[in-house]
Design a protein around this ligand. Structure first.
Ligand code: SAM
Length: 238
């Protein structure tokens, strides 16, 4: 159903189910998109697949849908993991939206020595990721981990998943496509400290990479790096 409105719902989906719309979804459908009773929407919940549904009722306060046939079965969406240093709120929100569109499977914020951002509101980040998953026709939403210290993030990192650390002003190789089972690590606006660079150098799964000769904002670096990592997956071919 190309071009249809897609909504994420957090209830089981199957033909005959009648999920309720919360007030935000009802406002979006009714007031913003001007959809009425009987109009079709597409639903997914990240576990049962994607379904066609009809609007049974919609008002300013809420609404109800009637689930019809399945459009796509659920599929796994393995993708790159993105570890990013806490940055200012607007930049972090932009990063979460774009990383979701680019297929990131897990988002792992970490506290860097030079982080200036406040802890992001997890509900708001989840809502941004949900909207981006709806818009980009994903079948899943990325998992967003709570912020961790860099040392803890590295200690928990699976040893068989390469982690490409974007480090500017280094004679590091340019980041190249690597398939989906990899991670990208991007530092804060002030860059990594020597202590953090030592920590990264001592982690056997970390590989320092460059994103080119220009110094990118942290969120730009994350987007550019994810685009490079995801390039060979064939996701762009339709
Ligand atoms: N303040 C640092 C400086 O002037 O050298 C720049 C930090 S940059 C704004 C923020 C983060 O983006 C860096 O920690 C790094 O992870 C990433 N980054 C930006 N440009 C990069 C490049 N050309 N190659 C690799 N990483 C880069």
């Amino acid at each position: 159903m190309r071009g249809s409105i897609r909504l994420f719902v957090s209830v089981p989906l199957a033909p005959g189910e009648a999920p309720l719309l919360d007030s935000a979804q009802a406002h979006y459908l009714g007031a913003v998109m001007r959809r009425r009773t009987g109009d079709e929407v597409v639903l997914f919940n990240g576990s049962d697949g994607e379904f066609l549904a009809r609007i049974d009722a919609v008002s300013a306060r809420g609404g109800r849908l009637a689930v019809g046939r399945q459009l796509r079965p659920q599929s796994a969406e393995p993708g790159p993991w993105l570890a990013f240093a806490l940055i200012k709120r607007a930049a972090a929100e932009f990063l979460v939206q774009k990383a979701t569109e680019l297929g990131a499977e897990r988002l792992l914020p970490f506290r860097a020595d030079r982080s200036v951002g406040v802890l992001p509101n997890p509900m708001r980040l989840a809502a941004i990721a949900t909207e981006a998953a709806e818009q980009s026709e994903r079948m899943t939403r990325p998992e967003i981990a709570p912020p961790a210290a860099l040392a803890d993030l590295l200690a928990a990192w699976p040893a068989d998943r390469p982690l490409f650390a974007a480090i500017e002003r280094r004679a590091a190789p340019l980041l190249r496509p690597c398939g989906r089972q990899a991670g990208l690590l991007v530092g804060p606006e002030g860059g990594f400290t020597d202590r953090e660079l030592d920590l990264l150098a001592r982690s056997p799964f970390v590989r320092a990479v460059s994103l080119g000769p220009r110094i990118l904002r942290a969120e730009t670096a994350a987007i550019a790096g994810l685009a490079l990592l995801a390039a060979p997956s064939g996701e762009a071919a339709v």
